[in-house]
Design a protein around this ligand. Structure first.
Ligand code: PMP
Length: 419
């Protein structure tokens, strides 16, 4: 692959931090360093760290690693954690491109914004699913790029529509005006979509990958709900079918260990990860040390098998909630809305019926007044279109309050459709 053509001018201009570039040499045997601008950790007041798990078990963190994690460290994250995650990627996804690199970030949001900036050449266009994650949309909308929505349905992204957009992209303009270059990047949430809860089927994923090969598109696979799939075996990722090295995969600990721990990781082509590292070197320098140690201490103790057992328990937790919520939806919203019961994640995307074309006011004014919160669909629309859809989540509401919440929502929907 010719990776250079995907990089924005801004990303190409990023150079390594001269000081950070010396860091790997610090660990070299026999090196005497007069170069470090590091504070001396002896002055730090923290002596040791341990955490107690809900299982009752206590993890005492290795003291050397603890001291290390109090100091500045590598841009790509704590090497032990980086290696653990790399092995996880290999065992879980068996990526055909063995040469992939991996970097840890402060949540996947940190890495997503860096990836987007790497590709966002002024005047270019980026393909995004419609609807899509509002947290990424708000960053994309601050970038000098246009967004090109790709349709999704109950089976996920629609590859035929993607192909149509790219095939019909104008090569020339009859008026002689410069045409916008064809998009080179697709941002997709393949599992438990935020906001739709829908996952792209394996067939759709394969087809989408083929279309991306045909048009030479790079895929940003944003997959924080990957381990929250309710059916086994998990549907393979784009990363697992990436024979070309065109997938930049984002993972996150937010839904499986802790969201406040702020740990995400990106896996993909070396050139892209290197550019993102340059970005980190000049912004937040590295992911925070203590959260990485907190994650690593536990993960090393669990091993990959223990981790996979844990994520199965998390997926089961959400599957049980999904089941209760699906029944409550049937009881309360039948005839007032339509939805697809999700097979992963924590969201349901409901389409309000009764001639409602825009859910914004209904959700932000009337539902709030009736003491029920949901998110109006328009915030997930790349071009801010009005939509009768609403995102509701079953992740945190008590199961015995689901009926009441949906009953309150039903009241405002029926009042609106009768008015
Ligand atoms: N992508 C998607 C689709 C998300 O739903 C979220 C979290 N809401 C993120 C990325 C950001 O996750 P993190 O906490 O890892 O930054």
């Amino acid at each position: 692959m010719d990776y250079q053509k995907f990089l924005s001018t801004r990303s190409k201009a990023r150079t390594p931090s001269a000081i950070r570039a010396l860091m790997p040499y610090l660990k070299q045997k026999d090196m005497l360093s007069l170069g470090a601008g590091q504070p001396n950790p002896e002055t730090f007041p923290y002596a040791s760290m341990s955490v107690t798990l809900k299982s009752g078990e206590t993890i005492n963190f290795d003291n050397e690693l603890f001291q290390r994690s109090l100091s500045y460290d590598l841009t790509t994250g704590l090497p032990q954690l980086n290696e653990w995650l790399r092995e996880l990627q290999v065992t879980e996804h068996a990526p055909p491109c063995k040469e992939f690199d991996l970097a840890i970030g402060s949540g996947s949001q940190d890495l997503l914004t860096k990836a987007i900036e790497m590709f966002a050449e002024p005047g270019s266009a980026i393909l995004v699913e419609e609807p899509t994650y509002t947290g990424v949309l708000s960053f994309l909308k601050s970038q000098p790029v246009d967004l090109v929505p790709v349709d999704t349905d109950a089976k996920g992204i629609n590859p035929e529509k993607l192909d149509q957009i790219l095939t019909n992209w104008p090569n020339s303009n009859p008026t002689g005006k410069k045409v916008q270059p064809r998009p080179q990047v697709l941002y997709t949430i393949p599992v438990g979509g935020n906001p739709t809860g829908v996952s792209s089927t394996l067939e759709r994923k394969k087809k989408t990958y083929e279309i991306c090969q045909k048009h030479d598109i790079v895929i940003i696979e944003d997959d924080p709900y990957y381990y929250l799939q309710f059916n086994t075996p998990r549907t393979p990722s784009y990363f697992s079918m990436d024979v070309d090295g065109r997938v930049l995969r984002m993972d996150s600990m937010s839904k499986i260990l802790s969201s406040g721990i702020r740990i995400g990781w990106v896996s993909g082509p070396k050139v892209f990860i290197e550019r993102m590292n340059m970005h980190t070197m000049s912004t937040n320098l590295q992911p925070a040390g203590i959260p990485q140690l907190m994650a690593y201490g536990l993960l090393a103790e669990w091993g990959h098998d223990g981790f996979l057992r844990h994520v199965d328990q998390v997926a089961n937790f959400y599957r049980e909630r999904r089941d209760v919520f699906a029944e409550a939806l049937e009881r309360n919203l039948k005839g007032l809305a339509e939805w697809v019961v999700p097979d992963s994640g924590m969201f349901v995307w409901i389409r309000l019926l009764g001639g409602i074309t825009d859910s914004n006011e209904l959700i932000l004014q009337k539902a709030v007044k009736n003491n029920v919160l949901a998110v109006p669909g328009t915030v997930f629309m790349p071009l801010n279109n009005k939509t009768p859809c609403v995102r509701v989540s079953y992740s945190c509401i008590e199961t015995d309050q689901m009926d009441e919440a949906l009953r309150r929502l039903a009241t405002v929907i029926s009042e609106e459709s009768n008015s």
